[in-house]
Design a protein around this ligand. Structure first.
Ligand code: PEP
Ligand code: MG
Length: 856
């Protein structure tokens, strides 16, 4: 509310809006609950009389401007008992708890006792006094929890306790009660904790709260009275199943409380049911629920109350379940013709997909369990321990998977969580910050592992059995089972069900940009294939050598003193590479595979510790001192800007020759029993067209040699990985030599900002918090700067070579906002890590649908 409005006291009609079929009630002004209640009213369901207070009105209340409470009370039947519930724009953003039974006082107690019985009336009044004392007057909850007396004595004790604690009698005027309830709820929303919590769920800083005031169906009294919730799907699986509970003589969601003597809804062999107790009410609820599903076009949880056998529908809340359920629900609603396929696609949060897609620890694996906690977010991930968000970001910048270990997390940790592969906390439960955010991000997460000792300052994590793990040690978080395991046990792929496949097929039909996977190993390629990736967009060949046995051969090759020595190492590497490529081509049969030639920053390849140096000395037959001297001589001040990529390819051409030969020989081999293979060969870190010309001449020569030797023909495509600003600027000339360009936006971002990929994590959170960068540009593509270079590269590239294929294969390829930029500049495809492929596919489909809707 602006200042002028605040200075202009007085009641306007729009302050309070009775919910009628035509009232001006909208989610962005009154919140989702108010809007949903209006829809229920329009469906002619038995909804008690309800009034909505807009965001603006509630903001005014928080700042001391109360609407006309008497006018508000006059909207209801005289003497009505009321409840007040929050109505935020997105129900996920939460809000203060509902307050029930507002309006009860000594005088009404007597009247109510006559209609519903003294016991029920007394209980309702007592409940209200408790709730008001704790939630509104903010008195000590223990004082009220300690009252043992029941019935009239319990009420008297509660009223006395109130008077003693509050130093004034319990307010008797319903108008005072209601205004205090409204004020406390309005102010709770403005509190710092509530704001941080909802911002962590994506709410904007100025998100508003609406309130709904509803006449109560009491749920306590004579005849069959009670309350419950019902939904037509199982929220965990998303499969059709009547679920929920009913509790006689209860209100609100008491039927769901642990230990409550609640009934099943449908007849159930495990115990009594509402269907048996009140068959008519049960079938009436089912009819209403089915109608709500059809007309509100969503699976709804129905909140109902039965008052002396009469049914009231108090609320409808969209069912929120697991990600698996979300996919199933969306697909089934579309299958039933209730929503369109496009709507089904729009209803599934792309990031939520990753939750059901994550790897799990192989059930057959030996598990070295070092701690247990709450299984807060499913999936399993392995990484090195880090104890701060900044370390997590630094680790991610080094491409080193890490597990963020914290006592508990707060919004300041969210960036670190983005950077980590899993999260482990000492404190918290299913709804704690780490759990909520972890699930939102699809990050495996275990919280509340309190039996492990978290010595953050000392950088130690002590296992339940006393073993000590330090920063940098490898652990695995099994968020499905709530366990922490030592080391890296084998993992298995996620299970994909039919609904997932159906949704992905629908996404395929909608999206207008391709999605490939970055895959270096057969396991990655298999995952990519399972996720229906359009091919491999980046195979980082140096990653194929990061296994202990192979690393030494690669080091020998880089270390070789002259062409002769190098030829020996290359002779060993050739069959390894050929086998790797043959396997990849086999897995990806019929789909393109883009192989990037060697691009190892030397500091990642050279041995750093004594054992590594000794191993290398042994295999080279040289003294350690000589090897150490050579390592020193190869050291670089800026390895990421040094002898990398094509620079190595040009200065030590035998390496690329060997790789080209391995690719071509594998092409012929894979073609023997599969569909034709057309490999794509990509040259990394190009900064001048001459590099491309040079490498191309050699690769063409290798191709000619292999054709001649084997007497068979094959095709291949050559491309450039555009990772330097200069390659973007000279794209016209570069493109003349090749069939495709693929933007490597990790390096391109590094070079555009002059910002080290390895070091940016140290200050990135601060930089973003200070508003210097809107987002971490290594996470979300910088549309203004790096995006401009892409636009230049695309435009000039096409000028030099019409029909050129253009793509992006940096980490940004799996980020929905970055995909939006890629679509806008007309790239043919993005390529991202295999598990992000479905996320990218769905995001791309949603963007295409959004554009079509906007264009009308
Ligand atoms: C890039 O630079 O964007 C890229 C994909 O290559 P790498 O991360 O291997 O440097
Ligand atoms: Mg790169």
């Amino acid at each position: 509310m602006d200042d002028a409005a605040l200075q202009n006291p007085g009641i306007e009609d729009r302050d309070v809006t009775p919910i009628t079929p035509t009232a001006p009630v909208q989610s962005p002004t009154h919140g989702g609950r108010a809007k949903c209640l209006q829809r229920l009213v329009r469906l002619d369901l038995p909804v008690p009389r309800t009034v909505a207070l807009s965001f603006e009105t509630v903001r005014g209340i928080a700042h001391g401007k109360m609407p006309d409470i008497h006018a508000l009370l006059e909207s209801f039947n005289p003497g009505a008992v009321l409840c007040v519930r929050p109505s935020s724009e997105d129900p996920d953003w939460g809000g203060p708890g509902a307050i029930l039974n507002v309006g009860l006082n000594d005088e009404r107690l007597a009247r109510l006792a006559r209609s519903i019985g003294a016991e029920a009336a007394t209980q309702l009044y007592t409940r209200f006094v408790h709730a008001y004392a704790v939630e509104v007057a903010r008195l000590d909850p223990d004082v009220f929890a300690d009252i043992d007396a029941e019935g009239a004595a319990g009420l008297a004790a509660a009223l006395a306790a109130y008077e003693e604690e509050a130093e004034e009698p319990f307010p008797q005027d319903p108008a005072v009660q209601l205004s205090e309830v409204l004020r406390s709820m309005a102010r709770a929303w403005e509190g710092t904790t509530a704001r941080l919590l909802r911002q962590a769920k994506g709410a904007p800083a100025d998100a508003g709260l609406g309130l709904v005031v509803q006449e109560m169906a009491l749920g306590l009294g004579v005849g069959e009275c009670g309350s419950g919730v019902l939904q037509l799907v199982n929220p965990a699986t998303g499969l059709p199943q009547i679920t929920g509970r009913y509790l006689s003589q209860s209100q609100g969601r008491e039927a769901l409380e642990k230990g409550a003597a609640s009934l099943y809804l449908e007849r159930d062999p495990r115990g009594p049911s509402l269907e048996e107790l009140a068959p008519e009410a049960f079938s009436e609820i089912l009819t209403h629920a089915a109608r709500m599903r059809r007309r509100l076009r969503a699976e709804m949880q129905v909140e109902f109350t039965i008052e002396n056998g009469r049914l009231f529908i108090l609320d409808g809340v969209m069912v929120t379940g697991s990600s698996r359920a979300a996919v199933r629900i969306a697909v089934r609603l579309a299958g039933d013709g209730i929503i369109t396929r496009q709507e089904a696609l729009m209803r599934v949060e792309p990031r939520a997909l990753s939750e059901l897609l994550h790897r799990q620890v192989d059930p057959e694996a030996l598990r070295d369990t070092i701690g247990r906690g709450v299984a807060a977010s499913p999936g399993a991930a392995t990484g090195r321990i880090v104890f701060t968000a900044a370390e997590a970001q630094a680790s991610a910048a080094r491409d080193e998977p890490c597990v963020l270990v914290r006592r508990e997390t707060s919004p300041e940790d969210v960036r670190g969580m983005h950077a980590a592969v899993a999260v482990l906390t000492e404190r918290g439960g299913m709804t704690s910050h780490a759990a909520v955010i972890g699930r939102g991000l699809g990050l495996p997460c275990v919280v509340g592992a309190g039996r492990m000792a978290f010595h953050l300052r000392r950088g130690e994590l002590r296992a339940e059995d006393g073993r000590v793990f330090r920063a940098g040690d490898t652990i695995t978080v099994d968020g499905t089972q709530g366990a922490v395991l030592a080391g890296a046990p084998p993992t298995v792929e996620a299970m994909l069900d039919d609904s997932f496949r159906t949704l992905m097929a629908w996404a395929d039909a909608e999206r207008d940009i391709g999605v490939r996977a970055n895959a270096d190993t057969p396991a990655d390629a298999q995952t990519a294939r399972n996720f229906m990736a359009g091919g491999i967009g980046l195979c980082r060949t140096e990653h194929m050598f990061f296994e202990p046995g192979r690393l030494t051969v690669m080091r020998e090759m880089i270390f070789a003193d002259g062409p002769e020595d190098r030829r020996d190492a290359l002779r060993q590497l050739l069959p390894m590479q050929r086998a790797d490529f043959t396997e990849l081509f086999g897995i990806m049969t019929g789909l393109p595979v883009c192989i990037r030639l060697f691009d190892p920053p030397l500091h990642e390849v050279l041995p750093v510790d004594r054992a590594g140096v000794r191993d290398l000395a042994e295999s080279l037959g040289l003294p350690i001192s000589e090897v150490s001297r050579r390592i020193e001589s190869m050291g670089e001040y800026n390895p990421m800007l040094g002898m990398r990529g094509v620079r190595l390819g040009v200065t030590v051409p035998e390496i690329y020759d060997m790789q080209a030969r391995a690719i071509f020989e594998a092409t012929l081999e894979a073609r023997r029993d599969g569909a034709p293979v057309v490999p794509e060969i990509m040259i990394p870190l190009v900064s001048t067209p001459r590099e491309v010309e040079h490498v191309r001449t050699r690769i063409d020569a290798v191709a000619a040699a292999v054709r001649a030797e084997r007497g068979r023909d094959f095709d291949y495509k050559l491309g450039v990985m555009v990772e330097t600003p200069r390659a973007c600027l000279l794209a016209e000339e570069v493109a003349r030599h090749v069939q495709f360009l693929s933007f490597g936006t990790n390096d391109l971002t590094q070079m555009t900002y002059g910002l080290s990929r390895d070091d940016a994590g140290r200050f990135m959170s601060e930089y973003v918090a200070l508003g210097m960068f809107e987002e971490d540009p290594f996470h979300v593509l910088d549309a203004e700067g790096v995006g401009e270079l892409l636009r230049i590269g695309v435009e000039r590239g096409r000028r030099g070579h019409p029909g050129l294929s253009l793509s992006l294969c940096g980490e940004h390829g799996g980020n929905p906002a970055s995909i939006d930029v890629c679509r806008a500049i007309g790239l043919d495809y993005v390529s991202c890590s295999p598990f992000r492929v479905p996320v990218a596919q769905l995001a791309a489909a949603q963007l295409a649908i959004r554009d079509r809707i906007e264009r009308g």
